[in-house]
Design a protein around this ligand. Structure first.
Ligand SMILES: C[S@@+](CC[C@H](N)C(=O)[O-])C[C@H]1O[C@@H](n2cnc3c(N)ncnc32)[C@H](O)[C@@H]1O
Length: 236
């Protein structure tokens, strides 16, 4: 098995945010490709591959064995970061989970905030909720990037402890760093999101009541804001 071939663009982008020399805890590791790639390529001296389910832990252990990395990557059955000891890792990767679950995992790990220096997060859904959580709980998004796999675009964030203020509502939905970085996939991300908003707006067209009207107004606002960013993208 060639680990480079197992690393999809999403996984590669998450691994790409990990600093050289970091000790990583990969939460919800499943196949353990991220820690295997990091250790195999000399980015990390060691890692902890964690998962809440026995099946993924067994899969991770099998893959770790295949690469002969049993002495460098240990596995832990754990709900989120519960089984991680302080100072066991300085970097946490949480990829391929919903944004709300990522928020819960981070909220339950307050006892590790002083020992973990860096978080790499890749929420599959509710990304705006993760950005809000980070802002309200003393986290700072230092960088973000996009990765594309089979027509889906994923957001990956590099996060540290610190104060952050997200001034504009639209930036909970479209990260400011993606705009600052002129991410090459931003325009495509916006197209997809504006299309989804258009469908939601159309579905509310004949709905009655205050709630439907408010929702429609909100979706129109978001689409308009996204369109402004899209227009800026076309000038880059
Ligand atoms: C879709 S897989 C993602 C695997 C890998 N991180 C990736 O990005 O490809 C989600 C994994 O998270 C695990 N998981 C779900 N809830 C969890 C929790 N609270 N704590 C730890 N692992 C969890 C699941 O068992 C599953 O293996």
């Amino acid at each position: 098995m060639d680990i480079n071939k197992m690393m999809t663009p999403r996984l590669m982008s998450a691994a790409g945010f990990v600093s050289c020399g970091a000790t990583v805890a990969d939460v919800g590791t499943d196949h353990a490709y991220i820690p295997i790639w990091l250790v195999k390529n000399g980015v990390c001296p060691g890692a902890v591959a964690m998962d809440i389910n026995q099946g993924p832990i067994l899969r991770a252990e099998e893959n770790i064995r295949k690469f002969g990395l049993e002495t460098k990557i240990r596995t832990k059955l754990s709900d989120g970061l519960a089984a991680l000891e302080p100072n066991e890792a300085d970097t946490v990767v949480i990829a391929g989970m919903g944004g709300i679950l990522i928020n819960q995992i981070l909220e339950n790990a307050a006892h590790l905030y002083s020992s973990i220096k860096h978080y790499v997060l890749q929420p599959m859904t509710a990304i705006e909720e993760t950005r809000k959580f980070l802002e309200q709980n003393g986290f700072f998004i230092q960088d973000e990037c996009l990765a594309k796999e089979e027509n889906k675009i994923y957001t990956i964030m590099s996060v540290v402890r610190g104060q952050m203020r997200i001034e504009k509502e639209i930036h909970y939905y479209i990260g400011e760093k993606l705009i600052e970085n002129r991410d090459p996939l931003l325009s495509e991300l916006l197209d997809g999101k504006m299309y989804e908003l258009g469908r939601a707006i159309a579905s509310l067209q004949f709905a009655k009541g205050e709630e439907a009207a408010q929702k429609q107004e909100w979706f129109l606002f978001l689409r308009n804001e996204m369109n402004k960013i899209k227009e800026a993208c076309t000038l880059w």
